[in-house]
Ligand binder design. Structure first.
Ligand SMILES: [Zn+2]
Length: 236
């Protein structure tokens, strides 16, 4: 490969990944995932990943796929999925041990909400680039339904279900409504976490519930952690 070719591939790959990153960032910002939007796929600019993009540059398809064909595996992809939590492959590990028996099967763990949503943003952006002017809101769902991941154990069944619900909503009701739903999910989770922390702090310092005589909120009580009940000695 000549210096000229390397330079051409380098600029081509830089433009591809940066255009995609910008598109994902736009989606993430719309649902309130600002930090993740900024940091999305930053590892693509490290030498381990970027150089594969240069040496195996294809123009019309993933350089990782080309690297895999040659080496049998893609160093860039393994580096990428091991560092980026918005890929369900990041969450693969042995299942929990049961009754003292070690689990020997690798499986996908359930993805936390914010990474599930970043994955949705990623898929929307990738479909837009891939489909170009033929893109419709149904494209990410069609891609998902036709993929091998839907039939594999690598994605946790709950994560699979949640992603399908989100993409189906996108396909039937459009971006505006789906992003508003995603924002609402994040808000609800934030609220639940705050309530749980408050309940923990209250039981730790043995503070009485908000108002005397007021029936305690059952949902908050249920969320009080075992840490609080074990450590404070207060009957919850
Ligand atoms: Zn990524």
């Amino acid at each position: 490969m000549t210096i000229g070719e390397l330079f051409r591939n380098g600029t081509g790959h830089f433009k591809t990944i940066t255009r995609h990153k910008a598109e994902v960032m736009k989606n993430c910002f719309r649902i309130g995932l600002y930090w993740q939007g900024l940091l999305h796929d930053l590892s693509k600019y490290t030498p381990e990943e970027f150089l594969t993009g240069v040496f195996y540059y294809q123009g019309n398809r993933s350089p990782n796929a080309a690297e895999k064909e040659v080496r049998g595996y893609s160093v860039a992809w393994l580096h990428h999925k091991g560092r980026n939590r918005h890929h369900y492959e990041y969450w693969i590990d042995y299942g929990p041990d049961r009754d003292g028996i070690k689990c020997t099967e690798l499986m996908g763990n359930r993805m936390p909400l914010r990474y599930l949503l970043e994955m949705m943003c990623d898929r929307i952006a990738a479909s837009k680039v891939y489909k170009g002017s033929e893109y419709t809101d149904a494209a990410p769902l069609q891609y998902f339904e036709a993929s091998r991941e839907i039939r594999s154990k690598a994605m946790h069944p709950v994560t699979k279900h949640q992603l399908r619900v989100l993409l189906r909503m996108l396909s039937e009701r459009g971006e505006e409504e789906t992003f508003a739903f995603a924002r609402a999910l994040l808000r609800r989770e934030k609220k639940q976490k705050a309530e749980m922390r408050l309940a923990q702090a209250r039981s730790f310092w043995r503070m009485p519930a908000k108002r005397a005589g007021r029936k305690p909120d059952r949902s908050v009580l249920r969320k009080r952690s075992s840490f609080a009940s074990q450590n404070s000695g207060v009957d919850l």
